[in-house]
Design a protein around this ligand. Sequence first.
Ligand code: 6PG
Length: 480
Amino acid sequence: MAEQATAQIGVTGLAVMGRNLARNLARNGFTVAVHNRSPERTRSLIAEHGDEGTFVPGETIADFVASLERPRAVIVMVKAGAPTDAVIDELVPLLEEGDIIVDCGNAHFADTRRREEALRAQGLHFSGTGVSGGEEGALRGPSIMPGGSDESYAKLGPMFEKIAAHVDGVPCCMHVGPDGAGHFVKMVHNGIEYADMQLIAEAYDLLRAGLDATPAEIAEIFRDWNNGELESFLIEITADVLAHTDAATGRAFVDIVQDRAEQKGTGRWTVQSALDLGIPITGIAEATFARSLSGHVDQREAARRAFPDAGEKWQVADRDAFVEDVRRALLASKIVAYAQGFDHIRAGSQEYDWDIDLGGTATIWRGGCIIRARFLNRIREAYDEQPDLPTLLVAPYFAEAVGAGVPSWRRVVADAARAGVPTPAFSSSLAYFDALRAERLPAALIQGLRDNFGAHTYQRVDREGSFHTTWAGDRTESPA
Ligand code: 6PG
């Protein structure tokens, strides 16, 4: 039973993420109250790691809350959805005005907005906080994306900034904005994560088909790429996974894993939200659909039987030039994914009045998180220099990288199409780029068709207003 309120922050939900966050806080000198529904987990945390800092274990939720200094700050680290609501419902009667509940799970931002509103009405703060970096990040320094009120950040900020990853002395944590802003930004982070991983997977597939190389040989190529502009956590672990040999069979690990990618839903949420906001995050959407497609085993089997011989044999004449083409195409496609992700954040920020700092977002993704990458520094510079940048693609560094990569990008996508190697994210990113830069789009014809069958009207290039043509009659045009 807690004697007095000494803990600066509490964590309830001590599965691996909650446990590691609590340990990170304690290791950084904060007194941390810890609680779990089944107290065995609390006890094992204390038994195994109690010497890492000052923990105050609470057997019951009431003990746990009583051990917290006011205003109380309680991190909830349980499964998103109903379990989060259940824990909040248990906590609320025990809390007092000004106390703060922090949801560090991958919650949907709409749920966070709902919860924040409901708790605000009861005088409580609710901070929906995105945390990225997996188990290791939670323990050694994640990227932290807190949403919620300024008052809640005044209490949480100093602690979170201390336990977050740091890059060049700058913490990978900032107050993202009110209510759902933190979880929204985390959601888009995950969408970009999906795109990044799909692009890497396509690059691997292209190298394997084009070079007829082994996974271990391709691991070396990724290792080499990690010394340049593509340097990132995901490229680094790609080399690791590709170089790994399965102990049971002696085969390349990547060849013994079922080729069906799963998801827990954040990529899907990103695409759903982008559809609502009208933002074409095509790379992220292709990546999300590519995971779904991989799981449709029966369709794949049927199609494989119906079309056994789909492409031409791929013959790469100059291996080094091909590898460089794939690298440039990967970089250009990756820039598209980030450009789309940042467009999405800007649109969400406008829609929900969050005033999210895009340069700041890039800053806090430089370390700790899954998509940490060297070029996030460039994104930060681009938005710092021009906060109203129309698209990341036209910022000088990215315009140059994409421009220099275009011939490679086209060659890779065209060769892959001829050889029947699927590149949904590479090719849709190239199509996005070409659509953005096109002088005229065939959208004009779509407007004509819409007016023809449904009198949906169109606008002219030479006059203001909306017009309709009487397609079924004398084809005269009239203002609509
Ligand atoms: C992170 C990750 C993490 C996410 C996994 C799983 O930022 O640390 O995004 O939050 O849970 O990547 O995502 P999927 O199971 O949907 O691939």
